[in-house]
Design a protein around this ligand. Structure first.
Ligand SMILES: [Zn+2]
Ligand SMILES: [Zn+2]
Length: 329
């Protein structure tokens, strides 16, 4: 039975229909094994799922295309888009020529990895309407932290674009299973594509490291991330998570200020905190961790292999989970 609750999924996945290694069937089986509720299949310039949403063993399979050309990558999600494949667009005008008619058909537009050093988004956000932005692309790397910093600055400037994650899965390496790393949770009336996308538009979203990672909840009474709440004296938010691992830090921000910090000296289960909101603005939560020396060295080596890290680059505090903000007006 469908009910209003948190559903988990992946908004960014590739198959052999572009440059992924798995066939659609192999990918769908992996999505099922990961326990996801939904997944958007987003091959480069190719619609793998087709005109209608489908289902594989209870996993909702939703149509998408990663529009990919020289201005960057943008996901377009929607049924009845009326196209199987597109030419790689080579100018901002060519992007708009592809995307605008799809918007008119009700498609949802999400900019991917805007600060990826190899494939940044070159069309900006002022003249391009994004329904959401993929702040966390693929297993955590330093360009994601850069993107999170940008998203935070936009919020402080009063510009809010709902933030999601996407694994951008192409292939596994050795024993890794990278589908749904990260995993995006949405609070929706059902797991149908329409309800999932409505939930993203409303900002009812948090992102965490993987399907088995701790979930991170931010509420104010019935209000969820993305909601606007009238500010009242004595207001509080509740922040809770399934667990914090040793060394992880839960941080809560009110506008630009960190107003709450919980650093786990050892593994802790079932944490819940009520935190006062003392002025209008927005509140959001993050869990972060700092890699140790050896892990940093391994990370640099691995990330350098993908062109995602320079040899001597500082490895910043990584993100384990984050929520969209609740707004107090
Ligand atoms: Zn991409
Ligand atoms: Zn991709």
């Amino acid at each position: 039975m469908e009910e209003r609750r948190w559903y988990k999924g992946d908004f960014h996945l590739h198959t052999v229909n572009s440059d992924g290694r798995k066939t659609p069937e192999e990918l769908y089986e992996e999505l099922y094994k990961k326990g996801l509720d939904f997944a958007f299949i987003t091959d480069h310039n190719f619609n793998t799922v087709g005109e209608k949403a489908a289902d594989y063993k209870g996993v909702g399979l939703y149509p998408g295309i990663e529009v990919s050309g020289n201005q960057g990558h943008v996901n377009v999600f929607g049924e009845n888009m009326g196209l199987k494949s597109i030419e790689s667009p080579r100018s901002p005008e060519a992007y708009n020529a592809v995307i605008d008619p799809l918007r008119e058909k009700g498609a949802f537009v999400s900019v991917n990895h805007p600060f990826d050093r190899g494939l940044p988004w070159r069309m900006g956000f002022e003249d391009f309407r994004a329904d959401s932005v993929e702040v966390w692309n693929a297993p955590m790397h330093t360009d994601d932290v850069k993107c999170m910093n940008w998203w935070r600055e936009k919020l402080l400037d009063g510009v809010y674009i709902p933030a999601i994650g996407g694994s951008d899965f192409h292939r596994d390496f050795f024993v890794t299973r990278l589908v749904a790393s990260p995993t995006t949770y949405v609070y929706a009336a059902s797991k149908s594509m329409k309800d999932v996308l409505a939930a993203v538009k409303a900002g009812h979203v948090f992102v965490t490291n993987s399907p088995k990672a701790a979930r991170l909840f931010l509420t104010c009474g019935q209000a969820l991330p993305g909601d606007k709440v009238p500010f009242t004296e004595g207001a509080t938010v509740n922040v809770s998570c399934d667990f914090l691992r040793r060394g992880q830090v839960l941080r809560v921000y009110h506008n630009g200020d960190e107003v709450f910090t919980c650093r786990a000296k050892r593994h802790k289960n079932g944490l819940s905190f009520d935190i006062p909101v003392t002025a209008p603005g927005f509140v959001r939560a993050e869990v972060r961790y700092q890699l140790g020396k050896v892990a940093c060295a391994l990370y640099r080596k691995g990330a350098a292999h993908f062109g995602r890290c320079d040899e001597n680059e500082d490895v910043p505090e990584f993100i384990y989970s984050f929520t969209n903000p609740i707004f107090f007006e």
